[in-house]
Design a protein around this ligand. Sequence first.
Ligand code: HEM
Length: 119
Amino acid sequence: MTTLFERLGGEENIVKISNNIVEFHSVNPAFKSRFVDSDIAKLKKSVADFFITGSGGPNVYQGEDMLTAHKGMNISDNEYMAAVDDVMKALENNGITGDAEKSEVLYIFYSLRPDVVAV
Ligand code: HEM
């Protein structure tokens, strides 16, 4: 049984996927205004490290837990769904088209929903 990390193409492809996620977020009409003051390069690195660690790769993530990172933002369901779309698009864009891999990423994303939406 290979880890999700391996099936997503390891660190190299996860970095590409994560860069895409942040790029799509920064132009997504549902919430792009939230990222206008962000350090995009730093955020890309954080998202990639989070994804690498969370998919069963090396334990490299040193950022905040999801509740602390999103507390006070009052993120809506609509914004959350729009973010899911960006993640799915980023996977496909980088060759991840298998249902198993997409479902597993979706499951991880969904399991974090209570720490992110309306907190
Ligand atoms: C389960 C879904 C989500 C995950 C896994 C996630 C992941 C992350 C991560 C890893 C960080 C960086 C934290 C750090 O470096 O300490 C972050 C920051 C952030 N997230 Fe999320 N996020 C999610 C959903 C959302 C949604 C739906 C929005 C808004 C529409 C959002 C807006 C932000 C903002 C504004 C930041 C701070 C950016 C900055 O530092 O400039 N996130 N998120």
